[in-house]
Design a protein around this ligand. Sequence first.
Ligand code: ARG
Length: 483
Amino acid sequence: MTHNQFDKKSEAWSALFSEPMSDLVKRYTASVFFDKRLWQADIAGSLAHAQMLAAQNIISAADRDAIERGLAAVAAEIEAGQFEWKLDLEDVHLNIEARLTQLVGDAGKRLHTGRSRNDQVATDVRLWLRGEIDLIGGLLADLQRALLDVAEKNADAILPGFTHLQVAQPISFGHHLLAYVEMFSRDGERMSEVRQRTNRLPLGAAALAGTSYPLDREHVARTLGMVDDQGRPQLCQNSLDAVSDRDFAVEFSAAAALCMVHISRFSEELVLWMSQNFGFVRIADRFTTGSSIMPQKKNPDVPELARGKTGRVVGHLMGLLTLMKGQPLAYNKDNQEDKEPLFDSVDTLKDTLRIFCEMVGGQLNPASGLKEGGISVNTQRMEDAARKGYATATDLADYLVRRGLAFRDAHEIVAQAVKAAIAQELDLSDLPLEVLQQFSPRIDQDVYQVLGLRGALEARDILGGTAPRQVRAQIARHRARLG
Ligand code: ARG
C-alpha cells in the first residue's frame, strides 16, 4: 500500500508539523458538516479538471479513467447515505479526495495537480449557487403566475388604495397585485444578472498566483457550462481575484434580501387585510394556526413568519459584507464563513417562495385539474371600505377643474364638501345635488358619475393606471413575458 497523506491527517497535517491539531481546533476550523452540501459541484469540478489534465497530457488517460470511476463510486456512496464524512478531513474537498484515493490509489493523488483548494472551493460555490439561482428563477416565475391568476379574477374588484395607510383613491385589487408582479419580475432580472457574474471559472488560479502546468482553462469552463449566451467560456481573469473574491455571493445575498423585503411587504398587507378590521381577503386554513387559549383565533402565521425571516436574510447580507471588508488578498480562512449565511439565505428564500406560490395561487386538484385554495377576496368589504374613506374626492376636484376651476381652488372646495359629509356621516355620493351645489354652482347632475367608485376606477385609463382595461392589458403582457 502506498503511503497516503490522509491516513496521517488525524495525527498531523504533514511532516512539517510537530504536533497534531487539538480536537477543539479541529472542530473550530472544520467546515465539512455544512459544506458537504457542495459535494455534487465538487465532483463535477474534479471531473472537468481531470478530463482536462488528461487532454493536456498532464495525467494519463488511465489515471483519468480511474478518477472518473472512483468519483462515480464516491457519488453513489454519498447519494446512498453511505459515505462517511470525517471531521478529521476538515471539509468536503479533502473528504472526497481522500475517499477517491482510498478507492483508486495513486490516480486519486494526481487529481489535485495544478489545483488548490482555494480555486476549488471558489469554483464549487459558484457552481452550486448557479444551480440554486436557476431554481429560484423558476420559483419567482411561478409566484408571478400565481399572482396573475388572482389579479385576473379580481381586475374589477375595488380596493381602497392607501397612502399613509389612509384611504386615498379606489384601485383595482388586480392592479394592486400587479405591483408585486413587477417587483418579483425585477427580482428575477436581478437573479439572472447575478448568475452571469457567478458563472465564471476560478480553476487555474490555483492557490493564488496561477499554476505552471499548461492547464486549458477554457476546456474546463466549457465542460462546466461556464459560458456566456454565445457559448464563450467565462474565466476569472486574475488569479488573486479568482480565489479571494466573494462578491457574487454578496450580490446574490443582496438580491435575495431585496426579494424577501418584497415578500415581507406583501406579507404585511396580507396580515392587515386578513384582520377583522379589514376583512378583505382570506387565505386557506392550512397557512394559518389557532391559538392555544383563544378559540376564535386564526392567525396568519405564514405571512408573519415570512416577514420575520426577512430579517435573517438581510442579516446574512450584512454578515457577508462584513466578512469581506478587512481581508487582504488573496485567500484567507475567513472565506470559509461565506457558506452558512449563503446556504441559509438560499434555503429561506426557496422555502418562502414555494409556500407563497401555493398560498397565493392555491394547490392543483388533480381530479378537477384546477387550482384550489388560493387567496380569496371579499369584494363587498373592500368596496365598502373604499366608499367610507371618501376615495373619490380627487375625482370631484378633477371634475371642477374640467369645469374651469383652478386645481388648488377645486381642492379647497372639495375639502369643505368632505367635511360636511363627514359631519353627516354620509358619502360624497350620498349628498343631494342642492347640497353639493352650495360648495360650487358649477356642479351638475352628472357629478354622480365621477363620485361613484367604479367611474373613478375606470377613469384612470392610462398606461400603468388602475382602470380594469389597463390591468387586463398588463396581465396579458406579463403572461406573454413569462411564456
Ligand atoms: N474549507 C475551505 C473554505 O471553505 C476550503 C479552502 C481551504 N483553503 C485553505 N487554504 N485552507 O474556504
